[in-house]
Design a protein around this ligand. Structure first.
Ligand SMILES: [Zn+2]
Length: 345
């Protein structure tokens, strides 16, 4: 892995970043959910590790506008001392919160190479010791943990109790399915790198709201209920007016339902809506706001409503027909309906 660029094989066929999907066992091949109308040409990237924080930033950028590609792979300050790096690879967001004594890193990327690159870019911003939070157990958010542990032996890695359990009990299965899926889509380098990862679960867990002191500022870890997974974590940074929500919200692509709880997801988002700050960092895509989250909540609620009208044994043909009507999109909707029936109990 060179330091100045990412594995081109990560890009989708049209050069747009391909979203990670945790493949279901025996499941349907879930394409990434690129917007069909998005045919923006790929732009050459500026130096991957450079930091651009304008001195006169007002913290009032037009986040409703599509993010220009030159922001990719650069730290962008979205609130005082809160930076987001939107990776070209997987369109993954990593958030960095700077305290006086420690910095918080939200999510660690997918393997040692990506995480080491991420650490180098963090070190170009701050020399503070890290604290890590995993928003959930999926490989693109947690398989970089080992690199952070190597870089700092006493690193606290926080996650919901269910995140730790998931990585301990199902991490190897997730790795196997992910590697298989990458090989099938001819991404051998990434597959080999994921195969080589030492899976490191969080060493600090929470179930109730938990406050972390970064020195001069506090962040709060919150579990909003089951949604994208059974153990999603939301990170609130009150003094910067920022909330980091992980994959319970996605921008630029429909949310991923493979490990989700579609019948509870909308309610979890409903409960989190009043807590959201001005800027909301999704797990993938551009920074959004509460209005965007409310709209996505409505689309997810629609999946649940339609699922509840289907008979328990509905076959794939029935699901596919029902999914066509869903505003979240046919492919995401299909998986959402499938998961809704599987988790309906
Ligand atoms: Zn993700």
């Amino acid at each position: 892995m060179t330091s100045d660029g990412h594995d081109d094989a990560e890009a989708g066929p049209d050069g747009r970043p391909e979203r990670p999907r945790v493949p279901q066992q025996g499941g349907h091949d879930q394409e990434n959910g690129r917007r069909p109308d998005d045919d923006s040409p790929e732009q050459p990237l500026p130096g991957a590790l450079s930091v651009q924080i304008p001195d006169d930033l007002t913290f009032d950028p037009p986040f409703a506008m599509p993010e220009p590609p030159q922001w990719q792979d650069l730290w962008r300050e979205i609130g005082p001392g809160v930076l987001v790096k939107r990776h070209k690879v997987m369109d993954l967001n990593v958030t960095l919160v700077l305290g006086d004594d420690r910095c918080l890193v939200v999510d660690t990327h997918a393997h040692d190479g990506y995480a080491e690159e991420l650490i180098a870019s963090i070190r170009s911003v701050t020399a503070l010791p890290f604290v890590v939070v995993n928003t959930h157990a999926h490989f693109d958010h947690a398989f970089g943990n080992a690199a952070f542990l190597r870089a700092q032996a006493d690193v606290e890695i926080w996650g919901h109790e269910g995140c730790r359990r998931d990585l301990e009990e199902l991490g190897e299965l997730q790795r196997r399915l992910t590697v298989q899926w990458m090989r099938e889509s001819e991404r051998e380098d990434t597959a080999a790198a994921v195969e080589a990862v030492t899976i490191v679960p969080p060493n600090r867990t929470f179930t109730q709201d938990t406050t972390l002191d970064l020195g001069g500022r506090h962040v709060v870890l919150h579990h909003p209920g089951r949604a994208h997974t059974g153990h999603d974590a939301v990170v609130d940074v009150p003094d910067a007016d920022v909330t980091v929500v992980g994959d319970i919200v996605e921008e630029g692509s429909p949310p991923a339902f493979e490990d989700s709880f579609p019948l509870e997801w909308a309610a979890s988002l409903e409960s989190v809506l009043p807590r959201l700050r001005r800027n909301v960092v999704p797990g993938h895509g551009d920074v959004v706001d509460a209005t965007f989250v409310a709209e996505q909540r409505a689309q997810i609620a629609e999946v649940a409503e339609v699922a509840l009208t289907l008979p328990a044994g509905a076959d794939d043909m029935v699901l596919a027909k029902a999914a066509v009507r869903l505003s979240i999109g046919r492919q995401a909707g299909f998986v959402g309906l499938q998961r809704a029936l599987a988790t309906r109990g």
